[in-house]
Design a protein around this ligand. Structure first.
Ligand code: ADP
Ligand code: MG
Length: 343
C-alpha cells in the first residue's frame, strides 16, 4: 500500500464515519461578514484543549444556526473529555493507566484515531509517534521542568509506536511494555474540527470555519470568495508570513512558539523527537494544507520532526497535501504545489 493509498483509505473511512457529528497559529482575516435580515454569520469560541477553539458559520435561519454553533462546541468538549491527558477521567487516561496490564476496550472513535496515528508513524518511520508521551509527560513547559538525560535514557525504550497493539475484533488497545504512555495532542485538535465540520455538513451548512488553536477546517467558501487564512510569523507576533485563500480545505500549523521555555540559550518546546526524547531543533514552524484536518494536524507535527528536506519529501508523496516550512534561519520552503508564483 502506498502512502497515498493509505491516506485515501482514511478519507473514505472518514466519509463513511461522518454519520453524526470532525497553528502557529493561524490568524483569521475577516471571519464575520455583514448580516442580512434572517441569514447571517454566527459564531462562538471557548478556551479548551489548552488553546482557543471556535466555530463561525453562515446560517439561513438564526435559531437553527445558533443551535448548530452550540452543537459544535459540545462536540469539541466531548472530544476533549475523552482524549485529554490532563483529565484523569478521560478514556485516554484510563488507557494510559491500565493498557500495560491488560487490553482495554475503547470507543470506535478513539480506536480509529489511534489507527490514524499509527499510520502516520509508519509513513514517517516513527517521526510521528504518540508514545513520545512515555518521556513527554516529564516535560512541564509552564513550570519550566524537563527530564534529565538519565531520566530520558531509562525511558527511551518505551517510545515506540510498535508497542501499541490494537485488536480490531475486540476493539481494544494494549501496550506491549510497562511504562508506555500515549498522547494525542499532535492529532486530536484536527480530529475535533473535522468532526465539527462533518456535523455542520450533515446539517446542511455550506459555509463555515472551525478552529482549534493552529488547526482550521473551512467548509465551502466565504460566500463568493475564499476564506483567507494568514500564517503567523513564528517570531514576530503581529506579522504574517503569507495569507492563503482556502475553499473546503484544512490547514494546520505547528510552531515551536506554542509552548516552550528557554534555558541556556536553547528553546525547549512541545514537539519531541522520538529518537532522542528531546525537543526537535532546526524548524520554527510547519503549515500543512489538505482535505482532512486530522491529517493536516498530524502531518504538521510529523514534518516538524522530520525537518524540511525529509518532511517535504513525505508531503510530495501525498498528492492532496501541501506544506510550508520555516526553518531556524527564517527561510521558507514550499512543497511543489505551493511554490510562489504557482497560482
Ligand atoms: P499544537 O498542539 O501547538 O497545535 P501540534 O499539532 O504540532 O501543535 O502538536 C504538538 C503536540 O503534539 C504536542 O503538544 C504533543 O502533545 C504532541 N507531540 C509532540 N511530539 C510528538 C511526536 N513526535 N509525535 C506525535 N505527537 C507529538
Ligand atoms: Mg499537529
Amino acid at each position: 500500500m502506498t502512502a497515498d493509498d493509505r491516506i485515501r483509505c482514511r478519507q473514505r473511512r472518514e466519509q463513511r464515519r461522518s454519520s453524526g457529528f470532525g497553528a502557529l497559529c493561524a490568524v483569521f482575516v475577516g471571519v464575520v461578514g455583514a448580516s442580512a435580515a434572517h441569514a447571517e454569520w454566527l459564531g462562538d469560541s471557548l478556551d479548551l484543549m489548552g488553546t482557543r477553539v471556535s466555530v463561525d458559520l453562515w446560517a439561513d435561519d438564526e435559531a437553527r444556526g445558533r443551535a448548530l454553533v452550540a452543537a459544535v462546541l459540545d462536540e469539541y468538549r466531548r472530544i476533549d473529555a475523552a482524549m485529554s491527558t490532563y483529565k484523569n477521567t478521560s478514556e485516554l487516561s484510563l488507557v494510559n493507566r491500565e493498557a500495560s496490564d491488560r487490553p482495554i476496550s475503547i470507543s470506535a472513535e478513539l480506536f480509529e484515531l489511534v489507527e490514524d496515528a499509527l499510520e502516520l508513524s509508519m509513513l514517517s518511520a516513527g517521526a510521528f509517534d504518540i508514545t513520545y508521551e512515555s518521556v513527554g509527560y516529564l516535560y512541564d513547559f509552564r513550570a519550566r521542568n524537563r527530564p534529565s538525560r538519565t531520566e530520558i535514557d531509562t525511558r527511551l525504550g518505551t517510545i515506540d509506536y510498535r508497542l501499541v497493539v490494537l485488536e480490531e475484533a475486540s476493539r481494544s488497545i494494549r501496550f506491549a511494555r510497562p511504562g508506555v504512555r500515549v498522547n494525542l495532542g499532535g492529532i486530536a485538535k484536527g480530529h475535533a474540527v473535522e468532526r465539527g465540520a462533518a456535523l455542520l455538513r450533515n446539517s446542511g451548512i455550506r459555509h463555515a470555519m472551525l478552529t482549534a488553536g493552529g488547526d482550521t477546517r473551512v467548509l465551502g467558501d466565504r460566500r463568493g470568495r475564499p476564506w483567507l487564512v494568514g500564517i503567523r510569523h513564528p517570531r514576530l507576533d503581529d506579522e504574517i508570513v503569507t495569507r492563503l485563500p482556502l475553499i473546503d480545505e484544512a490547514i494546520s500549523t505547528s510552531g515551536d512558539y506554542e509552548r516552550f521555555f528557554e534555558e541556556d540559550g536553547r528553546r525547549y518546546h512541545h514537539i519531541i523527537d522520538p529518537a532522542t526524547g528531546e525537543p526537535t531543533e532546526g524548524i520554527l514552524s510547519v503549515t500543512i494544507i489538505g482535505p482532512d484536518a486530522t491529517m493536516t494536524d498530524g502531518l504538521s507535527t510529523t514534518v516538524f520532526v522530520l525537518g524540511a528536506e525529509d518532511g517535504l519529501a513525505l508531503i510530495e508523496s501525498l498528492a492532496e497535501y501541501e506544506a510550508i516550512v520555516v526553518d531556524a534561519s527564517g527561510r521558507l520552503s514550499y512543497s511543489s504545489g505551493l511554490e510562489p508564483g504557482d497560482d
